[in-house]
Design a protein around this ligand. Structure first.
Ligand SMILES: *Cc1c(COP(=O)(O)O)cnc(C)c1O
Length: 393
């Protein structure tokens, strides 16, 4: 694959494994084993069976008729919001729990910001009867109390990260520390296409089911497996990578990644990484991140917790640099309006993350017969209180 990872774990200038020496044995074990395990027939059989019977795949490709009329193109929604636990995150969590079992691990750790990845991880640990510890910033635990309760109900232990800004990056540091202390029995489930190699490649492969299904569904519905446009929102970039994956080598398919501009890219309250960031190292890989002149990570801001991340995965950094995908951004207000529009025109309340991708439709012009696929990465139930506060329902 032209845009895939090379044997050293790089996508062009980006990727690699920039880790403390004490993590080396854990990451090296994964690197040596992951491809062999996930390409094994018994792994594939169990993964596909759980995706079908537990997650509810294939997720539908829905031709959004009223949106199509409004925007003057054929708009399709890839419905990851209909998955068990309400987003694409479960695709990766299922893949990694099966991998952990085959590596003989007895304990799972994860980090979470908004709690969506923590809930997906707690879910698959319950499914397999494996101990689960989720690190979460103390401030995020207050902001996302319902997801903390969900994780506890599912049997996970939620540990507050009390250092630094008490948010996602501090939870990630705590999880890394735990992994160093427990290298033999513990697997660390990272929730996006970030982290040291092999995580970005592994997570992309688990999420690639999204574009694999989409190609088949487009062929059935339009007679052509290739659309003109594929769009998705980007936090770390896992739903976008899954949505782009099987279209990467079809250079005629335009890929659009939508970041969170927050209150505006020049307001100091933003998470528009490709616009504001520079090259550097974040969470174990070389990528593009928001940083100060001396290389300290800048605290990002977005109304959507899932897009509130100071970097992007290394494969996205590469797709951005070589211009294979276009990176754009949408503000809080634009995304809330798009969430309302989708609710009232299609009867689908999207996650605020997803609403960023939908909002970008307003800024595009199409030819009449263009086929456009948007990844509906998650449902909006978790965001109701934010919508209510904004619109005053
Ligand atoms: C977590 C999340 C995202 C952002 O994460 P990616 O890794 O960029 O996909 C987007 N949408 C939803 C619904 C999420 O829960």
């Amino acid at each position: 694959m032209k845009y895939g990872v090379n044997e050293q774990g790089y996508y062009g200038d980006f990727g690699g494994a920039y880790i403390p020496e004490m993590l080396y044995p854990n990451v090296e074990e994964l690197r040596q084993q992951y491809n062999k395990i996930i390409n094994d027939d018994s792994f594939k059989a169990e993964y596909n069976k759980l995706l079908r019977d537990y997650v509810g795949r294939p997720s539908p490709l829905y031709h959004a008729k009223r949106y199509s009329e409004k925007y003057g193109a054929n708009i399709f929604f890839k419905r990851e919001d209909l998955n068990h636990t309400g987003s694409h995150k479960i695709n990766n969590a299922i893949g990694q729990i099966l991998l952990a079992q085959r590596l003989g691990k007895k304990r799972i750790i994860a980090e979470t910001g908004a709690g969506q990845h923590g809930v997906a991880t707690a879910t698959v640990c319950a499914l397999k009867g494996i101990e689960c510890v989720v690190y979460m910033g103390e401030i995020d635990m207050e902001r996302q109390a319902p997801n903390v309760a969900r994780m506890k109900m599912l049997g996970a232990t939620v540990v507050p990260a009390t250092s630094g800004s008490k948010t996602l990056k501090d939870a990630t540091n705590e999880a890394m520390r735990d992994w160093i202390a427990n290298p033999v029995d513990t697997h660390y489930i990272i929730g996006s296409v970030v982290g040291p190699y092999p995580y970005p490649d592994m997570v992309a492969k688990f999420q690639s089911i999204i574009s694999q299904e989409t190609k088949k569904q487009l062929l059935e519905q339009t007679g052509n497996e290739l659309p003109q446009y594929v769009m998705a929102c980007v936090g770390g970039g896992s739903n976008a990578m899954g949505m782009f994956y099987h279209f990467l080598d079809d250079e005629g398919v335009k890929l659009i990644a939508v970041e969170a501009a927050g209150k505006g890219v020049n307001t100091g309250h933003s998470a528009a990484t490709t616009f504001l960031g520079r090259e550097g190292v974040l969470h174990g890989s070389r990528t593009i991140l928001m940083q100060t002149d001396d290389g300290q990570v800048v605290e990002p801001y977005s109304i959507s917790a899932g897009l509130d991340y100071p970097g992007i995965g290394p494969q996205h950094a590469h797709l951005f640099k070589v211009n294979r995908a276009k990176y754009v951004s949408i503000t809080d207000d634009e995304s809330l309006q798009a969430g309302l529009l989708c609710s009232q025109m299609e009867g689908i309340i999207p996650a605020i993350e997803t609403a960023h991708a939908l909002a970008y439709l307003e800024k595009m012009t199409f030819e009449k017969n263009d086929n456009v696929v948007i990844c509906i990465s998650g449902r909006g139930d978790k965001d109701l209180s934010t919508y209510i506060k904004h619109f005053g329902f």
